[in-house]
Design a protein around this ligand. Structure first.
Ligand SMILES: Cc1cc2nc3c(=O)[nH]c(=O)nc-3n(C[C@H](O)[C@H](O)[C@H](O)COP(=O)(O)OP(=O)(O)OC[C@H]3O[C@@H](n4cnc5c(N)ncnc54)[C@H](O)[C@@H]3O)c2cc1C
Length: 290
């Protein structure tokens, strides 16, 4: 049987003002960035597309800038761009997460704004953005507001975006110190994660920040584990004892709120977090058995 023809009335916005005017006229319009999530749903017939506003050609949403210790990423920055040398050097964990996403084609088209817009618990940029306490700039034709990421993502595929609004940029602090992102899926390439974990260091403050992905309705900061590791590391020698590593991994696993689904059981996911968190910490700090 021939595939059904899908007609999508699309406004191809050429500027931010153009997109905001189109969204003011039709606040329920679907925002289309790289389309790597939207088009899957459209092709499946699960997303009504009465009106679409395409934002992929808006110059104001492209690129990034650095202001002191803050990095501002346009919502249209792609995974391939995040893997580039400059963003990798400022937020290595975001680059590592980007490397694990889909295929080169998906990484060329898919954007950070789209990952946030989808708000899937398995979104690979989300744990690092939560750990960094990213701040989103959200704009509509009537104004602009800033929202911390933990107030933006409010549930499974649910966020605080109101009709007529779009994400303009994402701001994160540039921390000094190594970072790690790890993910487990049924295979190495082209998989949605079954569990993911990010660990960031802030050597100036002698602190770690971390976050669990895909093991709860929203990414989870294991704050007890973070405090234990921050206090347990010998920051001068970059060393940590096996006991502290073990306790850190156990507390991370305890913080998970996983579910059983077709990708993995809750028990497997909790176990995976224990492995990933210990692995990430061992990549950053030397294990001190003396
Ligand atoms: C084969 C395949 C493999 C994939 N692998 C992974 C993976 O490994 N890890 C992963 O995390 N994801 C993966 N994805 C999902 C997808 O690529 C990402 O979520 C991507 O970041 C979506 O970005 P996009 O620009 O394509 O968004 P789109 O599909 O254009 O949009 C996604 C959602 O965000 C909204 N949106 C987009 N931009 C904005 C904005 N600026 N403001 C407000 N709302 C906006 C849209 O309205 C829509 O609701 C995969 C997808 C495919 C098809």
């Amino acid at each position: 049987m021939p595939a059904a023809l899908i007609l999508m009335p699309v406004t191809v916005a050429r500027s931010l003002d153009h997109a905001l005017a189109a969204l003011e006229e039709c606040p329920e319009a679907i925002i289309l960035a790289g389309g790597t999530d939207v088009m899957v749903q459209v092709n499946r017939g699960s997303m009504p597309v009465d009106q679409v506003v395409a934002i992929g050609r808006i110059p104001e949403l492209q690129g990034w800038s650095r202001e002191g210790d803050w990095l501002h990423l346009g919502a249209g920055v792609t995974y391939s761009e995040m893997m580039g040398e400059e963003i990798s050097s400022m937020v290595p964990a975001l680059a590592q997460a980007s490397r694990t996403v889909g295929s080169p084609q998906i990484r060329n088209a898919g954007t950070i704004g789209g990952n946030l817009g989808t708000s899937s618990p398995a979104g690979d940029t989300l744990p690092t953005l939560f750990a960094l306490e990213a701040v989103l700039t959200i704009r509509s034709s009537t104004g602009v507001r800033k929202l911390p990421i933990n107030q933006f993502i409010v549930g499974v595929k649910q966020n605080a975006l109101q009709p007529g609004e779009l994400i303009e940029k994402i701001s994160v602090p540039v921390l000094e110190g190594p970072q790690e992102f790890c993910k487990i899926g049924p295979r190495n390439a082209m998989v949605i994660s079954v569990a993911s974990f990010t660990l960031l260091t802030d050597v100036k403050e002698s602190q770690v920040r971390s976050c669990l992905g895909t093991v709860g309705p929203v990414p989870i900061r294991p704050t007890e584990a973070e405090n234990l590791l921050s206090n347990g590391v010998n920051w001068e020698k970059n060393k940590v004892s096996s006991e502290v590593l073990e306790a850190f991994a156990s507390l991370c696993a305890d913080a998970a709120q996983p579910i059983d689904d077709h990708r993995g059981s809750a028990a497997y996911r909790r176990h995976a977090i224990k492995i990933l968190s210990r692995r990430a910490a061992c990549r950053i700090f030397s294990e001190d058995n003396s």
